[in-house]
Ligand binder design. Structure first.
Ligand code: UD1
Length: 369
């Protein structure tokens, strides 16, 4: 360990990572200002590189420019994994850190954990221990591999703690700290703002839907995707559906000859605008995991087009419901919503906006003893 104090590599690669690292960086900065010896090297892998998928989030969330950008860019998951492992190993060989802190479940999370642990740089995983049980999701493979080689786990729920215990992880390696994504939501909610198109599109609070779709199972097959969009059009009773289109989804969408008139197609939205849209929506239709956590905290009804979730508390405690991937399930679900039958939900334990601080405190204890 350097005389200057322990160096933590904070890894971020794809959009859902950025809201998870922001509160951790902020909490470490606060400790540094109070004399902590912890040091941070912010490493962006470059998995997401568009302004709309990356740069906008750094600006809005006050994340400093990365110290290192591995610039891996597009590719198959194997290509991206390979490039990140090689480039991050190269970085560590030239300048070793004392901890590799990864968040979430994206390709960058797994790839950096592999490179670090093989060089015996310890790994900490924020959002460790969650499981969907579905090996068809790339994120589930990323979670399993990452957690198999993680030293310290920062967890969002008791379910995650139990998953880790069942996998043989000892109690002193598990830190139940809550949800950093919710820290970001709570810290920024006063700044949420209507997007420029709000008035022009005639949107009114509680009178429109927000939809996000990007999972391969929903969006990669043109026929299936067309059927899903038709089902959305039939189920929303003429309400507008605000649909920020992920780059992956845009490719399939471009091949469709016609789309339901209710869809308001948009580029990916910045954080503050997106969550304004969600907060005021009648309901959100999604296949994202993170969005189900945000809707739970904001108390907005959420319909998830998946068979499984790694975030069961959004269903058992929150406002989320899994309806599977059959488009025919949408109409009965939204009929219940329109009939006022949707559950109210409450907020899971420790999703209180202080998770970043708890993580920084544990890091200090682990690394500065
Ligand atoms: C990734 C994550 C997923 C996360 C999602 C959020 C993995 C395995 N998946 O999926 O967990 O929910 O991000 O966005 O890590 N592209 C751009 N611009 C960009 C980034 C990507 O055009 O800034 C294109 C890529 O070239 C590719 C497609 O979008 O064609 C998909 O991107 P990729 O990073 O491979 O995975 P996602 O589907 O975004």
């Amino acid at each position: 360990m350097s005389a200057k104090g322990p160096l933590i590599d904070v890894i971020a690669g794809a959009r859902p990572n950025f809201m998870k690292i922001a509160p951790i960086l902020r909490a470490i900065r606060a400790r540094q200002a109070a004399g902590s010896r912890l040091r941070v090297r912010l490493v962006h892998t470059g998995q997401h590189y568009d302004e709309r998928m990356s740069g906008d989030f750094f600006k809005q969330l006050g994340i400093p420019d990365p110290d290192v950008n591995l610039e891996v860019g597009s590719g198959t998951q194997a290509e991206q994994t390979a490039a990140i492992v090689v480039r991050y190993e190269h970085l560590l060989l030239g300048s070793r850190s004392d901890l590799c802190l990864v968040v979430g479940d994206v390709t960058s999370t797994m790839a950096c954990a592999i490179a670090a642990q093989k060089l015996r740089v310890p790994v900490a995983h924020v959002e460790g221990g969650i499981r969907s049980g579905d090996w068809g999701m790339p994120e589930e493979i990323n979670r399993l591999v990452t957690d198999a080689i993680t030293n310290w786990f920062f967890t969002t729920s008791e379910v995650a703690n139990d998953n880790l215990r069942k996998a043989g992880v000892s109690e002193e390696r598990i830190f139940f700290v809550g949800n950093t994504m919710i820290d970001t939501l709570l810290a920024n909610q006063a700044q949420f703002r209507a997007p420029a198109f709000w008035a022009e599109a005639g949107l009114q609070e509680g009178q429109y839907f927000v939809m996000t779709l990007h999972r391969p199972a929903n969006v990669d097959d043109t026929q299936g995707f067309a059927q899903l969009l038709r089902a959305v059009g039939e189920a929303v009773r003429g309400a507008p559906v605000v649909f920020p289109v992920h780059p992956r989804t845009a490719k399939t969408l471009a091949a469709l000859p016609d789309k339901p008139a209710c869809l308001l197609l948009l580029d990916p939205q910045p954080y503050l605008e997106f969550n304004y849209l969600v907060r005021h929506a009648r309901c959100v239709i999604t296949d994202s995991g993170g969005v189900t956590e945000e809707t739970t905290v904001m108390g907005v009804p959420c319909v998830t087009l998946r068979d499984t979730t790694e975030r069961p508390e959004t269903v058992t405690i929150g406002t989320n419901e899994l309806i599977g991937t059959d488009p025919a399930a949408l109409k009965p679900a939204l009929d219940r919503l329109f009939d006022g039958q949707w559950k109210k939900g409450s907020i899971p334990e420790m999703w209180d906006g202080r998770t970043g601080e708890r993580i920084a405190e544990v890091l200090e204890r682990l690394l500065c003893r």
